[in-house]
Design a protein around this ligand. Structure first.
Ligand code: 6R9
Length: 645
């Protein structure tokens, strides 16, 4: 790692918002005097209805954090209204359709009208401050309108990724007790349509309390309609007034719930609150991307993930930026699509995931070089570790060695960037997320909980609260404490491993728990296992990740069948269909291996370490298997593994 090439801050970033010296000064102050530092940032970045009496109070043992306690503000006001005097006619969103011939610009003034009308429509259906609203939409502007409309009236949104199945959607609606759903007839991605409304209908069979479903007519497909409950989005919203006063919210009032996977059990509803989240989203957006007035910024994430929340909607809009939202996929109509969009809309800052970079790299340079990309100034990545080969390709081929790459490490739970390069301040090492953001105090721990000094590898933890920290797991605060604050007392446990090199750069090595990262999507092995064992022929299942060239990690399933069950040719397809039904297409198993038995300790615990090694075909390094109840099962699994590929 110390041999890694170093890419120096380029000349044209000498005047960036954050220079090397400024980073040192600001970081030091943020640690030495967090209250003064964050009070200044809060004043610079946000408009408040009422100021705070204390900046921060937290107690990691109890999983509690409060930022700007009794202050008040409104998120949609900060993202829209306050910009209007200067930016009414400036584009807030550029929307690029799946169809390359279709794009739309939405100004800040239009955004205000759309958000207010929808907010009034929500109010007319009885939505009040604190109520949860489920958003299950494609990547269309209404997704952003819906999020902002909720914030305008103090409702709490729960966006569910449009790729989730009806079953997964139902679980999320019930867990958050949403009474209103906003959806569309269909989504269109890569020329293919997905029946969102039909999925909602199926989900709502199990959600008797949902009384209202707004439906955006997106593809105009004929869809079933439930009178009273279903409302045509346009017909309803267009009647509404475009005036809806923003409600003053307390700094710690809930802003949104977003479900994410953990190592055990069902996905958990990560709850973020109003002021701290918005402040750090706004600040990281400006500093990490060195956003300059008038620039066009594009993040390819879906709004169903935290990246879409913080870096398509809240961070950019809070800064009065122009944010591009793309409905489609990077490979449709062909692998040149992203670069064409960059030329078409003169994109300056491009933020995507390593899995997309690898997929495009695999298609060959010709798709890239036929575009100009001369507008590009900065590149970014998020979601998983980026391998140096993909980094170098992104840097040299896409960015023509003139655009720095910010590799941003963070999580749904952290809300916003935590470790990242700042393009005017950081010399880059390919594959390293580099240094902590302002106010973020990191440590690496040994197994026994002692802190590692200097260079070394260990569990990545955070030592003190940051404004956009997760506040609770919706409806289950104990689970928050157990998951993040119990492994090592007094620290936030990230679930990631990391290395710190001699120069203090952080290198994330990946999850240390049973969470997979498949194409940048987080998934608990337990979720896939629960889906597999629903099949009547399946006695037991164990799921692990294995290295996958494009996806980063693939899903490897060991399946033990019931004693009398036989493998017929449909079984594999049935199991894949089950994962699709329970979770969604992102949970499709890559490899299913029939396992007569699973390696277990004498106390009955599955030894995943061994299963991971077998899945990786690294069978010479199985380690000690003598503690197994029946070591002979390993031999069988290894033998069978060799015949799969
Ligand atoms: C933002 C987001 C979080 C997990 C995280 C880590 C992995 C994210 C990364 C990265 C290495 C990066 N991760 N960014 N690993 N380098 N730049 O992805 O949130 O979906 O909650 O996933 O993703 O393992 O713990 P989320």
């Amino acid at each position: 790692m110390s041999k890694a090439p170093l890419y120096k801050v380029p000349e044209n970033f000498r005047d960036a918002h954050i220079t090397p010296q400024k980073y040192q000064e600001m970081y030091q102050r943020s640690i030495d005097d967090p209250s003064a530092f964050w009070a200044d940032m809060a004043t610079d970045f946000l408009d408040w209805d009422q100021t705070w009496s204390r900046v921060v109070d937290y107690n990691f043992c109890k999983g509690q954090a409060q930022w700007f306690n009794d202050a008040e503000l409104n998120v949609s006001y900060n993202c829209i209204d306050r910009h209007l005097p200067k930016r009414a006619n400036q584009t807030a969103f550029i929307w690029e359709g799946d169809d390359p011939d279709y794009s739309v610009s939405i100004s800040y003034a239009e955004l205000k009208d759309e958000v207010c009308k929808l907010a009034n429509a929500l109010k007319a259906r009885g939505v009040m401050k604190g109520d949860r609203v489920c958003i299950y939409l494609p990547m269309i502007p209404q997704a952003a309108y819906a999020m902002l409309a909720c914030t305008r009236i103090g409702a709490v949104h729960s966006v569910v990724f449009g790729g989730f199945s009806p079953e997964a959607l139902k679980d999320r609606i019930l867990d958050a007790d949403c009474r209103v759903v906003i959806t569309a007839d269909e989504s269109t991605r890569g020329g293919k349509n997905t029946p969102l409304k039909i999925n909602v209908d199926k989900a709502l069979e199990g959600c008797p309390d949902v009384h209202t479903c707004f439906v955006v007519k997106n593809t105009q497909k004929d869809i079933p309609w439930v009178e009273e409950r279903d409302l045509c989005y346009y017909d309803t919203v267009n009647w509404m007034s475009n005036d809806c006063p923003p409600v003053s919210m307390a700094a710690e009032d809930p802003l949104f719930i977003l479900y994410t996977s953990g190592s055990t059990g069902k996905p958990k509803g990560v709850l973020h609150t109003t002021a701290g989240y918005l402040l750090q989203a706004a600040m990281t957006f400006k500093y990490t991307f060195d956003y300059q007035e008038g620039e066009v910024y594009w993040c390819t994430a879906d709004v169903g993930w935290v990246t879409g929340h913080s870096y398509i909607v809240y961070g950019p809009l809070c800064n009065g930026a122009t944010s591009l939202m793309f409905e489609g996929v990077p490979t449709y109509p062909d692998a040149g699509r992203c670069w064409e969009i960059i030329d078409k809309h003169q994109v300056n800052i491009f933020y995507t995931a390593p899995t997309a970079i690898r997929a495009l790299q695999a298609q060959g340079d010709e798709f890239v070089v036929r575009s100009s990309r001369s507008s590009l100034r900065l590149l970014g990545t998020v979601g998983e570790p980026i391998n140096p080969e993909a980094w170098e390709w992104y840097y040299h081929v896409v960015g023509e060695a003139r655009c720095p790459i910010v590799d941003t490490w963070w999580q749904t739970e952290t809300g916003t960037h935590m470790i990242t390069a700042l393009p005017g301040a950081t010399d880059l090492k390919p594959g390293s997320a580099s240094f902590p953001f302002f106010g973020v105090q990191l440590a690496l721990l040994n197994e026994d909980g002692s802190e590692i000094d200097g260079a070394g590898s260990g569990y990545l933890v955070v030592k003190s609260s940051w404004p956009s920290q997760i506040r609770t797991i919706y409806g289950d605060h104990q689970r928050l404490i157990d998951t993040y604050f119990s492994h090592y007392k007094g620290y936030y446990f990230t679930g990631d491993g990391a290395t710190r090199d001699e120069d203090g750069y952080y290198w994330i090595t990946g999850r240390v728990d049973d969470v997979l990262n498949v194409s940048g999507h987080r998934m608990g092995t337990a979720e896939v296992e629960s889906a597999l064992v629903l099949h009547q022929k399946v006695a037991e299942a164990a799921v692990v990740g294995f290295p996958h060239e494009i996806k980063g990690q693939g899903i490897y399933c060991y399946v033990t069948l019931m004693d009398n069950a036989e493998v017929d040719e449909n079984l594999r397809a049935e199991l894949i269909a089950l994962c699709n039904k329970e979770i969604g297409p992102i949970a499709k198993p890559d490899i299913i291996q029939w396992a007569p038995g699973l390696p277990k300790t004498r106390s009955g615990k599955i030894m995943r370490r061994i299963l991971r090694k077998i899945a990786e075909s690294d069978v010479d390094a199985l380690g000690d298997i003598t503690t197994l109840a029946d070591p002979s099962v390993v031999e069988v699994l290894v033998k069978d593994r060799l015949s799969i590929n």
